[in-house]
Design a binder for this molecule. Sequence first.
Ligand SMILES: [Zn+2]
Ligand SMILES: [Zn+2]
Length: 406
Amino acid sequence: MIAKFLGGAREVGRVGILSNFNGKKLLIDYGLTPEEPPIYPMESPPVDYAILSHAHLDHSGMIPWICNRYNTKVYTTALTKEISEILYRDTLKIADTKGHPFPYGEEELENSLDKFVYINDKKKYIINDLEVEFHPAGHIPGSVIIEIKEFETVFACDINTIETHLLKGAKPIKCKNLFIEGTYAGVEHPDRKELEKEFLDEIEDIVNRGGKVIIPAFAVGRTQELAMILYKSGHEVWLDGMGYKISDIILKHGNYIKSAEKLKKAIRELKIVYSEHGKKLALKAGVVLTTSGMMNGGPVLWYVDKIKDDPKSAVIITGYQVEGTNGRMLLENREIDLYGVRTKVNCQVKFYDFSAHAGHSQLIKFIKDCSPENVVIFHSDNPEAIAEEIDVNVYIPENGDEIILK
Ligand SMILES: [Zn+2]
Ligand SMILES: [Zn+2]
């Protein structure tokens, strides 16, 4: 097989893997890096079939473009399609407000929606005459690992191997060729159980001393996981922003998560903000879960503005913050861009690593358990950290490289 990286090789973002199995082509993911302005992958040549691993924009963002351009059929889970659609509309809105030129508009998006073909995990399908099986990836709800059976080739585009409240961990798949993300190559995550305890204790301390807690959280996956952790914490927790709508969609496709029943209970326990008045009530109550996760927009800015000068209050960041985002500036310099003005943040700022990606040792173990002959590491700033520890043929592509695997 031959794989050409259109993006996402030595970088975390804009994944596009054009793969060719004896002349049968499949595009695996086609995303953009959601910076301002966005960073796009190389232009894909015509392709009839694409497979989308999950809804994150760095894997899904350019799918509407390819559907329009080449009439490409996109195979993905129904849940991924529904979440992607919301993210696309949000991205178009942001591009419009910020005045970025964008490769597709509303009309193209509408045209692309009927090109999606739904698949389920744990099942086999024939796509472009290739037998393809899908497995749960443990990363976000609806995410899948893609296995091309006849060619013993597996694409693990964003995986998590630990069990969380929301999802079970990804299981290794025996294969010859393994394409695997390396987001956390060289970096270990803290023990999840201990982390949860520290997180809850921290909130308890802040509230007890009369402070407010603002938790920026990604709408997809993180909001639901945190809702389940905060369930029965004894605090009145408020939810503001896109997380509620996404939770609703995830609950409609309950088969992609561990327990729809438990998530439903956790979401029901939250108080939802519907209005400006709701925002004030939420702030008064003191614990708010809100979007956007990297604080580049969304209701979170309103809350941070209100608590930024109160040393008793805290912003608790729970995920990776991309360079150049408000979240990263807050962690590094204690300041954010607040409605166009560089603003100092004097309240406390905490970081808890609730990652949805496998950490270094987890990646190594997953790779070894797949017992591949060839491993291609992509979606990573530090692929060498993995390469050093595995005793197989390792490929570390650059964008634009073609890899040939026998
Ligand atoms: Zn992802
Ligand atoms: Zn990704």
